[in-house]
Design a protein. Sequence first.
Length: 106
Amino acid sequence: MQRVCFLLKVRQDRLAEYRERHAAVWPEMLAALSAAGWHNYSLFLRDDGLLVGYLETEDFDRARAAMAGTEVNARWQAEMSDFFEALDGAGPDEAMRPLTEVFHLA
């Protein structure tokens, strides 16, 4: 199982709404994530907007591609893209750059 961690930056003026949106993620989005192989997926948000994401999957590129092929993900990404800083024209899902793991306590 591949463990993936990534960072994004939520705009300071959108933090409360970002939290609200993730308190009620659409059921069809949750189902699509599970079907695409996203397991143990968590998001952690710091008060300054730093967002840390973590997930486990067999193959991150394949799991991300599977989500990219869904209609629900296209709708979700379109709604969420304005919440983030420095995406440089990419969607939040495209801007996820996995961090290099340097330690893991098994």
